[in-house]
Design a protein around this ligand. Sequence first.
Ligand code: PLP
Length: 460
Amino acid sequence: MVDDMMDFLAEVRDRPVWQQIPPSVLGQLQEPCPEGPSPAAEVYRRFREEILPFAHGNISPRFWGLVNGSGSATGMLAEMLAAGMNCNSGFGEQAAVHVEAQVLVWMRGWFGFPAQGSGSLVGGCSVANFLGLAAARNSMTGSDVATRGLQAEAQAIRVYGSSETHSSVVRGLEMLGMGAESFVAIPCNEGFEVDVDCLQERIRADRATGLRPIAVVANAGTVNTGATDDLQALGALCRAEDLWLHVDGAFGAMAALAPGLRDRLAGIEAADSIAFDLHKWLHVPYDCGAVLLRDKAEGPGPFPMRGAYLSPVPSGIATGPVSFMQQGLQMSRGFRALKVWFTLQEHGAAKLGRLVQQNVDQAAYLADRIDAHPALERRAPAPLNIVCFRFVRPGAPEEELDAINRAILVKLHHDGIAVPSHTVLHGRFCLRTAVTNHRSRREDFDVLVDAVARLGTAAD
Ligand SMILES: *Cc1c(COP(=O)(O)O)cnc(C)c1O
């Protein structure tokens, strides 16, 4: 299995980026639960034939859809080792807990956070955003929300972020009982960064009408265009207004590793919480995100857990440096930290930062090629690693261009040529290329540009 998977990774460039699961294969997968055993070799044969060929495609060098990481061979092996150890890293005096505590200290250093503070590895940035907002809610509301619930709040809560804020933030507010209406979307400037003056005015106006602002969500790399809000200005505003500053840096926070990009995150050190992914731009295999809280919560953690079976003992297996189950929602949890530790040990933070820079340079190359192409049009600034563009034909009505570009997208996917995804900017459909892929080379972007132009012309 290890040899086959190594070949699978080595040959990734030669396969189509993606292929549809045929109905016959789907039919085989949708079988009843097996009552009896099968030989492991037979189960593995089925894996190779029915599952492996129909992957999402994100390890391919020409996958730039949504924001997906591309993993690594060592990350894969680390997953195997972690599964072999099968540690429950919720708490305890064990290496898994010490390793997680240590990688969190390293990551705190990337953002200029004090070495000691709360936080944990989680399933992804959606969970990390949720936990950052939960900590904000518990710390910033007037009453003891954890005990009495939001019913005890006299004033309706408000959380602010730009109109480009990721949907996981609003979903988190829904799940936290604050409701989607507690999120106030503030307009952006031309660069899709939050308009700080507008935010300031809105906070004052909301206070004047009896609402209770508690937090600002800043974007370090928006999902649509890769924009980064002015973190310094937002930090100053949050200090002046006594608000919690949460940074959603799902992929953009990894700019901290690249010396040429680090400046854009100036001010992140003043945040109260940072959420980001390791499975996107650090190439750690799925799934792995992190939430870091600037300060160490009092007591066992920001989300305390009670139970006679958890009461302290002087030493032995039930002690340990951090109780991770009190840092988030999961009690039982796997050894996610091992693949992060392996990735950082094998490559070092400097090389991972160079890979971030390489992707940013590739996005700039793609943007230049689009700008120079008569049949292509860029739809947004490309400040980081995301390029939004479309095929254009002079005189064609907007609706027709939307339809042509939608057809181009579907054809690119079905022919297995490349996987950009799509978005809508200023009301118009466009192709969206998010480069967080260490396997991509410049010629891969030439393939994309040529294919979009060819397919668009053929659709005329
Ligand atoms: C991907 C992303 C998220 C959600 O992260 P998951 O790991 O998919 O849960 C949140 N915010 C931004 C800006 C993202 O790009």
